[in-house]
Ligand binder design. Structure first.
Ligand code: PLP
Length: 359
């Protein structure tokens, strides 16, 4: 039985990448060493990380005045690092509260002494839409933090909010490489790898040069300047995760790059949303204009039915469609490596389930 993993992350990976990893596991490129054994100071790894950065720059059209940094610690660690590095003038940051991960970013920033102003929140509508800034924000913020794709709530910015001259920091964890954005619109982009860039253990930071701190008191492991100077090898980087990211980037390139990824994600999510919008049993609660291409949230309003659905789906090889515990219901994550056939199978299953419910 063909299995499709709709989990939100760690998430499904391209089959070709897994095959390549299998090949590289016993001996990487004839070196006699497994890819797991390669030193981060070796020529072999220099080539791996250098090529990964080059491919990422090409795919995202990253301008030369931006650094690409490879971190461990997850995107959560960047909720601490970003304010420490960028929050140096006003010690004050702005936030658009679009859900759980935006809230978390605010909490972590406060923990390192930032004032955090929530400029807009969509909490009252259960985050089924994006928060809207009503008036032009003040200039006296070091930056404005947004979550470009809200993994749990299923919303995404297809058009960025107008923030005037403010520096925009984007947590792009769940639509990194899955939807096109202009890096120039951001001062910093942060993204965990375990959705569209491979496996857990690696976080990408793309940051404009003028935002790098010169504060020698920052802990080295959180200091963008230290990582930039040391080409992300201040200490041992997550070698295997960077190697996997390199393979994923090659795969994205071979498939037609971000234009093609976004097109496919649009097709896949349209198929599912279209079904949900015509269904009598299921509802997609997010307003149409704000819907995520990658995390499709849907509900029946009946917990028992949801549970039944989730377990029946699993028995048919449609795995991990349980919604996040904060939201309930179901969520299908349609990352880059989820093929259209997976979504077709899911829609087919949901259709049959609905028919059976009606008796
Ligand atoms: N931001 C978003 C949008 C996420 O989806 C997640 C995790 O799923 C995080 C941040 C936290 O990432 P990590 O678990 O890598 O720290």
């Amino acid at each position: 039985m063909e299995v499709y993993n709709f989990g939100a992350g760690p998430a499904t990976m391209p089959k070709q990448v897994i095959q390549q990893i299998r090949k590289d596991l016993p001996s990487y490129q004839g070196s006699g060493m497994s890819i797991m054994e390669i030193s981060h100071r070796s020529k072999i790894f220099e080539e791996i990380i250098g090529t990964a950065e080059k491919d990422l720059r090409e795919l995202l059209k990253i301008p030369n005045n931006y650094q690409v940094l490879f971190f461990q610690g997850g995107c959560t660690q960047q909720f601490t690092a970003a304010p420490l590095n960028l929050g140096k003038k006003y010690h004050r940051i702005a936030l658009l509260d679009s859900g759980h991960w935006a809230t978390r970013a605010g909490i972590e920033a406060r923990l390192v002494g930032m004032d955090v102003d929530v400029l807009a929140s969509s909490k009252e509508s259960n985050y089924t839409k994006l928060p809207i800034i009503k008036k032009k924000p003040a200039d006296t913020y070091d930056y404005l933090h947004i979550t470009t794709n809200n993994t749990i709530e299923g919303t995404a910015y297809s058009k960025l909010p107008d923030v005037g001259k403010l520096t925009l920091v984007g947590d792009m964890s769940s639509n990194f490489l899955g939807q096109q954005y202009n890096i120039n619109d951001f001062g910093e982009v942060m993204a965990g790898a375990q959705k569209n860039l491979g496996i857990a253990g690696l976080t990408i930071v793309i940051v404009r040069n003028d935002l790098l701190s010169n504060n020698e008191n920052l802990p080295s492991m959180l200091d963008y300047q230290v990582f930039a100077k040391n080409k992300s090898m201040f200490n041992t980087p997550p070698v295997f995760a960077i190697y996997v990211a390199g393979l994923v980037l090659k795969w994205v390139k071979s498939q037609g790059g971000l234009v093609e990824m976004e097109k496919r994600n649009q097709t896949k999510s349209n198929l599912l949303y279209d079904f949900l919008d015509h269904s009598e049993l299921f509802t997609a609660p997010v307003i149409k204009s704000d819907r995520s291409l990658t995390n499709v949230v849907f509900i029946t309003g009946n917990q028992k039915v949801d549970q039944d659905l989730i377990s029946q789906a699993a028995s048919k090889g449609l795995l991990n469609i349980k919604g996040h515990r904060l939201v309930g219901g179901m969520r299908a994550s349609l990352y880059n490596s989820m093929p259209l056939t997976g979504v077709e199978r899911l829609v087919d299953f949901l259709e049959k389930f609905e028919k059976n419910q009606r008796g």
